[in-house]
Ligand binder design. Structure first.
Ligand code: CP
Length: 328
């Protein structure tokens, strides 16, 4: 596995490229690599507003989107990014496939690869599934969310959205509120934000906060609190996370109504904190993590996050495509 993470030119004349062959998570990506992806995404974002929203950059590159879990934003966004770059996307859902007949992930992936593909985008309920895939196929692998582990392109699109509103991450105060324990979005954001110099506060009920966080990020100065008011005090951005009923298995919050009372962001919080920007990765449970009028508030940038998702995924696909073509 590649552990060194500096950005290197492919040769004397080429553009800078990523040191990694795959995108499995932000934990191993360097600050420079993350900044390169964000800068590349800013350039690709311009394509989305052209009359003809397509460039020939990945013509001839075949990408399979393997989705073993439901998705709206990530799936559509990856497919759109691939089409905007003129790649050839193939979509796969576990439901309706031979997975429902008992085929393993390894066999599924190797059979798909036997049809000559270059890149695989995978969402899977098991943490580590994308990493496992790198050992089964030669294609470049991009993690589109693996269990409660990481969701790196979500973390990157969140970083891009924050950078649209603030000049620098250095010293910026970001609160991540909700189900931290089960959240791959929180993990990718923690890695990305701390690498870029932001201060992170994690807030949620004690049952939804990870135990032994100090072992997860031994050198971090991450603040943890179960008080929403304490988390929001001095925050520039509040990132609310979805309460994941499907992943919790048991009742870790007394009721959704009580959760909203204690941890839901309401208009009164926006009135108290005049510059606070609201983010949410989606899908939102209106009236749970965010009051419905907060979702629609002008300081909520939830739909900007979605737009930035396409640009970030174009950047990731482009920057990793050199490895898919055997360059670099
Ligand atoms: N944010 C996110 O991953 O949404 P989807 O589950 O709809 O892809």
């Amino acid at each position: 596995m590649i552990t060194e993470t500096k950005v290197v030119p492919a040769n004397d004349t080429a553009e800078p490229m990523l040191q990694h062959r795959h995108l499995l998570g932000l934990s191993t990506y360097s600050r420079e690599e993350i900044e390169l992806i964000l800068e590349t995404a800013r350039q690709f974002r311009e394509v989305l507003y052209r009359p003809i929203r397509q460039v020939p950059t990945l013509r001839g590159v075949t990408i399979v989107n393997l989705f073993f879990e439901p998705s709206t934003r990530t799936r559509i966004s990856f497919e759109l990014a691939e089409k905007r770059l003129s790649a050839s996307p193939i979509n796969f859902s576990s439901s309706g496939s031979s997975v429902s007949k008992g085929e393993t992930l390894k066999d599924t992936a190797q059979n798909v690869e036997a049809m000559q593909i270059d890149m695989v985008v995978i969402r899977h309920p098991s943490p580590g599934a994308p990493h496992f895939l790198t050992q089964c196929v030669d294609a470049v692998v991009i993690n589109a969310g693996d269990g409660a582990h990481e969701h790196p392109t979500q973390g990157l699109l969140d970083l891009l959205t924050i950078s649209d509103r603030f000049e620098s991450f250095q010293g910026l105060n970001i609160s991540i509120i909700g189900d931290i324990k089960h959240s791959r979005v929180a993990r990718s954001n923690i890695h990305g934000l701390t690498k870029l110099g932001a201060n992170v506060t994690l807030c949620g009920p004690k049952t939804l906060l990870p135990v032994e966080l100090d072992k997860f990020l031994p050198d971090s100065t991450i603040r943890i609190t179960s008080s929403l008011n304490e988390a929001l005090e001095g925050s520039d951005v509040a990132m609310a996370l979805r309460i994941q009923m499907e992943r919790q298995g048991k009742n870790l919050v007394p009721s959704l109504r009580e959760y909203h009372e204690q941890f839901g962001i309401k208009v009164q919080h926006l009135e108290q904190h005049k510059d606070l920007v609201i983010m949410h990765p989606g899908p939102v449970n209106r009236g749970v993590e965010l009051a419905s009028d907060v979702v629609d508030h002008e300081r909520a940038v939830i739909l900007n996050q979605v737009t930035n998702g396409v640009a970030v995924r174009m950047a990731v696909l482009f920057l990793l495509s050199g490895a898919a073509k055997g360059e670099g």
